[in-house]
Design a protein. Structure first.
Length: 75
């Protein structure tokens, strides 16, 4: 499946450990509107990338913040 670049949302987060993100992983894996997601733990900004054709950045930030993490848009 080819990804439309307009559907890739990129965020700076404080999700710095894979083990601490278990509930986050479960939530994002099971979200019907998220096609794909990843966190770059090597990046100082712990960059979260989410592919979704329907979710907007504010909704994604709200989901992440409800799980106890900080999340900001990256340009």
């Amino acid at each position: 499946m080819e990804t439309d670049l307009n559907t890739v949302h990129v965020f700076k987060t404080n999700i710095d450990k894979i083990s601490s993100a278990a509930i986050l992983s479960e939530t994002l894996d099971n979200h019907v509107e998220i096609q794909q997601w990843s966190i770059d733990y090597e990046d100082i900004d712990c960059v979260l990338r989410i592919v979704s054709e329907t979710l907007n950045p504010d909704t994604i930030k709200s989901i992440i913040k409800r799980l106890g993490y900080e999340c900001q848009d990256l340009p």
